[in-house]
Design a protein around this ligand. Sequence first.
Ligand code: ADP
Length: 496
Amino acid sequence: MPAGDYLLAVDQGTTSSRAYLFDRGGRVAAWAQQELRQSYPKPGWVEHDPDEIWASCAAVIRSTIRQAKIRPSQIVAIGLTNQRETTIVWERLSGRPVHPAIVWQCRRTTEICRRLKARRLEPLFRARTGLVLDAYFSGPKITWLLERVPGLRARAAQGKLCFGTVDSWLLWQLTKGRVHATDVTNASRTLLFNLRSRQWDPTLLKALRVPASMLPRVLPSSGAFGRTAAAVAGLPAGIPILGIAGDQQAALFGQRCTRAGMMKNTYGTGCFLLLHTGHRPVRSRHGLITTVACDARGQPAYALEGSVFIGGAAIQWLRDELGLVATAAETEAIAAGVEDTHGVYVVPAFTGLGAPRWRPEARGLICGLTRGTTRAHLIRATLESIAYQTRDVVEAMSRDARLRIRALQVDGGACKNNFLMQFQADLLHCAIVRPRMVETTALGAAQLAGVAASFWTPAQLDRMRAVDRTFTPHGTAADRRRRYDGWRRAVAKTLA
Ligand code: ADP
């Protein structure tokens, strides 16, 4: 049985739940994963079963402890990170969920958001929360539940219900209902949270008709949230939960982006860019959102965020719908095997365009085709589209924040693609830094807990970070401009 202490991180994602045990050196001692069932009761609706969310987390916690062959008492603290915005309402007394979880992707609240816009409330929400009035965020999902589930509004008014994002739900389970709390990063995704006061905003609660009694207490991302109750998930009683952050903010922290001007991009199914803006919430004029992030000690700071809907998913499309490749990995050599795309641009606006344009009605386009266009050109143009969309967001960020961006930290499945990373460096004319440990979300959650436990100091964490590869930019400014102008013309055609 190994000696020494460990930190446990639970990463509850949209498609799976994972648990990781980190040793003092920040290395993964063991990890486990379990898929999560997705349910689509109507077109555009997405639900999860809250009990299954918890059961899968408990299962992966047990499994990692078993694999690492440690005693559960060797776990010093727990950090949680989660799919953001997904909304759960449960009974305070019994702990029973009153409805399936409404997942962030679910569009059922579009009509509620439209009503709020018709009442000209968007500028108010934007100014106070830093968000746009979109079905994505939690607040309107609560409104929907209170309006549509019979009897719920009355029970909410009597203080009998609790609302939580997934972090709160897990915290409630780990403490057996003793703690109803969340962290500032998750709270900042609800449309109910005032970015400046960092408290629930009574005016917004009223606009969305959400009673304050339902809401969790909001705490900093690093600090004491509660302790495990006896016999949950194979853990002994009394292990402190010391870190909580939404997945993207946890990844930002895990990438050690803790000061203004530091930025990360996660190249997964979509792309998630966050630019740290220090202790200053920056209001976006270029289609981004403002969100709470963490400083070096895990205390509240701010970031600008922009998401691209289709990132690595464009490569899945090449593989699964077009059949042009058998694996995502082979796109790297194929793209590198041609000089350029021969003037071809692919705009993968399959589900509309995300930040900074927010055009849900847009659809994809391939342009610049000639008789000489080959499979390799199409593949390369698709990979390049991920980098172009990233540049669109980075440009918006640097205009909003007026910060010079020196480097971009990367993670996510598609950051393994060396062609894409080099092209990204050339296109942004900045260094791209890929860490050795790309599970930055779980790492960030562990680090938030680790800082609060004095298991690690922030300086130690900075030193612990190991770089796998840095991509330095090549090419001329004229070359960059020519390529990017071509992309912008292609996007303009998409919107036309
Ligand atoms: P998520 O967490 O969003 O499910 P991941 O971070 O696991 O996504 O990344 C998976 C995505 O990365 C897929 O869309 C896949 O097509 C893409 N991907 C994986 N490997 C490569 C590669 N070598 N080159 C390009 N894309 C890749």
